[in-house]
Design a protein around this ligand. Structure first.
Ligand SMILES: [Zn+2]
Length: 453
């Protein structure tokens, strides 16, 4: 690859591989294999999936108490699996099932499990376990997708993130590691005007080659730069990787325009794995070597390509703590087209919404969060806002405005929210100077309005 400086080559070719070997991860060899198989034809990828699926299920039947019991109950014999369609005979795995069976989901052969917690889209915490095989595969898949964009591990990176796991790990080893890998962190939840101004100065003094962060946070920074009249498209930033939230077109345009670089969307999580990533041709490629994606209807029955349904993921490298038919709560569509880039990896056409994109009215109507967002977007007095549906009966709104909102406006907001959600919903409006962070470290809804509006 061109434009790679010697230090990046050193990190990508030596330091990072050494670190991974030290951790007993097979990341480097996995990534090299993935870089070959991404060009395979779909049939060959499916053959690989079937082989790995059968292996995972045989191991689960033999060593994972939860699956041994389930397979026996439904008369499922893992060794007889002969097609990917057999997967649909197994029950879905959701968060309550993991919570209720955490111990029984551990393989009796597991040696390297580490526990993880997520806030989860429902806000309820989930504890699960990840083994080294899985870590290697997830890191390798992310690494491969990074390299699609002509950047590599070791290139200067600015991470705009807020997960307490990341932020809490400021031990010396971590700091040293980040310095070696040339990764810097800007906390996504501390974005006061003052901090943003300082951050823009930092970007100019030492520009990264790539961004990584929440789309809402990166577009917020971009809008701030634009509002300050500061040019950022001449810093040589190659790409902005975004993940963890839905990416709206408006955010993509803002980030791309301000920083003068393409935006690469990634979809996945610590729980489900590195499910899909966008290539420079715009295709959302599924990590098919490691993850089987099904789109299912409300009854859990797989839907054909082109139909929208819930995304269900089976992670094929989770022998030590299987994720088989895991419900993500997200909505998507499978695409049987071929991407212009020529990779055989199948495509996830559209992430129509994360479950956090939806709100539920008191009468049970599920509606897109935009229904509420539009109400606030139309008000010129409000510059930023955040909406959290705490329960069917309580909606919490934080607003940042230039001047104190008068009674007329707050009454109007309340009226419009009630019209959509139900008349007895309590609408709590809090005026603030800074949008508060959530304990879970994940936004439910942080929407900033275009500064130019
Ligand atoms: Zn592609």
């Amino acid at each position: 690859m061109k434009n790679r400086d010697w230090y990046t080559s050193l990190v990508s070719g030596l330091l990072f591989p050494l670190q991974e070997r030290f951790k007993d991860h097979s990341t480097v060899s996995v990534r090299k294999a993935l870089e070959m198989s991404q060009w395979w034809k779909r049939e060959r990828l499916e053959d690989l999936q079937l082989l790995k699926l059968r292996h995972l299920l045989v191991e689960a039947e033999a060593h994972v108490p939860y699956y041994r019991r389930i397979f026996a109950e439904i008369g499922f014999k893992a060794a007889e699996v002969s097609s990917l369609a057999d997967l649909a005979r197994l029950p879905l795995l959701d968060k309550p099932a993991i919570r209720a069976n955490t111990e029984a989901l551990k393989s009796q052969k597991a040696r390297s499990l580490r526990s993880f917690n997520t806030g989860g889209s429902s806000g309820e915490p989930l504890t699960f376990y990840i083994g080294k095989e899985r870590v290697s595969h997830d890191v390798a898949a992310k690494w491969r997708a990074t390299r699609w964009w002509d950047v590599d591990i070791g290139d200067p990176e600015m991470v705009v993130w807020g997960s307490p796991i990341e932020l809490g790990a400021q031990d010396r080893l971590r700091v040293l590691r980040d310095r070696l890998l040339r990764t810097r962190l800007f906390p996504a939840f501390e974005m006061s005007e003052q901090k943003l101004d300082r951050f823009l100065g930092e970007l100019r003094a030492a520009p990264p080659r790539m961004f990584f962060g929440y789309p809402s946070a990166l577009s917020h920074i971009a809008r701030h730069a634009q509002a300050r009249g500061q040019r950022m498209d001449d810093l040589g930033i190659k790409v902005a990787f975004v993940t963890s939230e839905r990416l709206y077109d408006e955010q993509r345009q803002q980030i791309s325009k301000t920083f003068g670089c393409p935006v690469a969307n990634g979809y996945g999580g610590r729980d489900a794995g590195f499910i899909a990533h966008e290539c420079p041709e715009g295709g959302m490629h599924i990590t098919a070597e490691d993850i089987i994606v099904e789109i299912v209807d409300r009854q859990g029955i797989p839907l054909p390509c082109g139909e929208a349904g819930e995304i269900v993921a089976t992670h094929l490298s989770t022998g030590e703590f299987p994720f088989i038919r895991y419900r993500t709560g997200d909505i998507g569509i499978l695409d049987d087209g071929i991407c212009r880039c020529g990779r055989g990896l199948p495509l996830l056409r559209e992430i129509q919404g994360r479950s956090t994109d939806f709100v539920v009215a008191q009468d049970g109507t599920v509606m897109h969060g935009l229904a509420l967002i539009y109400i606030l977007r139309e008000l010129p007095q409000i510059s930023h806002f955040k909406i959290i549906q705490e329960s069917l009966n309580l909606i919490h709104i934080w607003v940042v405005s230039g001047a104190k909102l008068d009674r007329e406006i707050t009454a109007k907001i309340e009226e419009e929210f009630k019209a959509r959600l139900g008349q007895s919903v309590e609408v709590l409006i809090e005026e603030t100077t800074e949008i508060p962070a959530e304990k879970s470290g994940k936004f439910r809804y942080v929407i900033s309005k275009i500064a130019a509006a």
